[in-house]
Design a protein. Structure first.
Length: 440
């Protein structure tokens, strides 16, 4: 078997094991520069990206001293060609800015990619397009061509040991160009397939998310129907109990010994009425009345509603709004949701606390962030924040954040909470800029 063909056979076996682009390109250039390979001093690969040849990868020393130092180190630690090629699986490549030169395909001579490798020995033989990237002669330019279009070029030279580039080298490079082109085209296809796979995985993830939202809304609907029946049956008797206990409480004929007991009945009835009112509010699934809203006006309106509560506790409320963002949503429902979030922060803060409200665009969503420097939420409580009737407040019913989440879901959004004890809590609300507009 011819020695050059035998080399190509071994190189081909390794190259076809690589699908990752960087690894495959590294192996292509390593095979060109390895002593057991084609043994050039330096190799540069320029890739065709949208009509521009850009340096994608290079292998070889920058100076003669560096070259001989590397060769001496390799001679002390003999490596077979296969070992050198396998080392590409762990290499990373960072190009120095000085080497990142681009070549317009418009400046490449016509028919250049239809021919094989070209040996350039004299400056006048060097095409103008490559004068900015070739700094030593003789050199060889190896066109790489895919099935229907130019893929790029490989440039090789022997700058440091000054070995000649022989006709045998050129014939070997001609065979090698076909092999390298095949590998590069395959890696391009692999990149495209990988991109499609990532897009499909993202689409599937989004589909799962929407499916989960639909299930939650269906669960809300089923619970709502059951709860509506209970509310209807309980509201009247509780109202009657509350009304009569209030009459007794105000009656002058009530024996003093019964006063505390009637007071307990009255307080309990009022609490039950409040629970029924909140539960009724929670199980409603109103169709959002979508309107165009301006973030700045909307948040400033909320600020005005909380002004007295904020002043009472000497809390500083800071608004940070990116531009004048417009979005679509139900102002009444979102007012309810955001006030629940803000009032939770107000209740958690001591006098002199700070609440920051930020708003910006992020990946097509309007992101509202509510940050406070309160005591934070224990990790074991975070997972239960949105569960109805789960609360640690003495006077709370545990429906505020459950209602808030439901409103956000009705707008096809999502809500996230991060908290660190002793530092504060951040509530992030993501709303599609089209809000709950299902038509989009």
């Amino acid at each position: 078997m011819d020695i050059e063909f035998e080399k190509l056979w071994r190189i081909s076996g390794e190259l076809h094991l690589s699908l990752a682009p960087e690894e495959a390109l590294c192996k292509i250039l390593t095979a060109l520069t390895a002593g057991e390979g084609l043994a050039f001093n330096r190799a540069f690969l320029y890739e065709n990206k949208g009509g521009v040849l850009s340096l994608r990868m290079k292998i070889g020393a920058e100076t003669e001293e560096e070259a001989y130092r590397v060769w001496e180190e390799i001679s002390k630690r003999p490596h077979g060609l296969e070992d050198l090629l396998k080392s590409c699986e762990e290499k990373t490549f960072d190009l120095e800015p000085s080497r990142v030169v681009e070549i317009s395909m418009d400046n490449v001579p016509d028919g250049f990619f239809d021919d094989g490798p070209v040996k350039i020995e004299k400056p006048e033989e060097l095409p103008d397009a490559f004068k900015s990237v070739i700094d030593y002669l003789p050199a060889a330019i190896v066109p790489l061509r895919g099935e229907n279009h130019p893929l790029g070029v490989i440039i090789v030279d022997n700058k440091f040991n000054r070995d000649p580039i022989t006709e045998t080298d050129i014939r070997t490079l001609e065979l090698y160009a076909a092999l390298a082109s095949n590998v590069i085209e395959r890696t391009i296809l692999f990149e495209k397939l990988q991109k499609k796979q990532d897009e499909l995985e993202k689409a599937y993830s989004e589909l799962q998310e929407y499916h989960n939202r639909v299930l939650k809304l269906e669960k809300f609907s089923a619970l709502g129907e059951i709860a509506s029946t209970f509310i209807h049956e309980l509201r009247t008797p509780i109202t009657i109990v509350g009304g009569y206990s209030e009459l007794l409480y105000r009656s002058k004929d009530l024996p003093p010994v019964l006063l505390p007991k009637v007071e307990t009945i009255l307080r309990t009835a009022r609490r039950m009425e409040a629970i029924i009112k909140n539960l009724s509010e929670y199980i409603k699934s109103p169709e959002p009345d979508i309107r165009k809203l301006k973030v700045k006006e909307f948040l400033e309106y909320l600020y005005s509603l909380l002004d007295i509560e904020i002043r009472r506790k000497n809390i500083e409320l800071k608004l940070h709004i990116e531009d004048d963002i417009e979005f679509y949503g139900d102002p009444s429902l979102l007012e309810h949701a955001f006030l629940n979030i803000l009032r939770n922060s107000i209740e958690a803060l001591k006098d002199g606390g700070i609440i920051q409200v930020e708003c910006r665009m992020e990946n097509g969503n309007v992101l509202f962030m509510f940050k406070d420097n309160g005591p934070g939420i224990p990790p074991e409580m975070l997972k239960n924040l949105f569960i109805p009737f789960h609360t640690t407040k003495m006077q709370g019913l545990g429906l505020g954040l459950a209602i808030t989440k439901k409103i956000i879901l009705l707008h096809n959004g999502r809500i996230e909470v991060e908290s660190e004890q002793g530092k504060g809590t951040t509530v992030s609300v993501y709303l599609p800029q089209r809000g709950g507009d299902k038509n989009g």
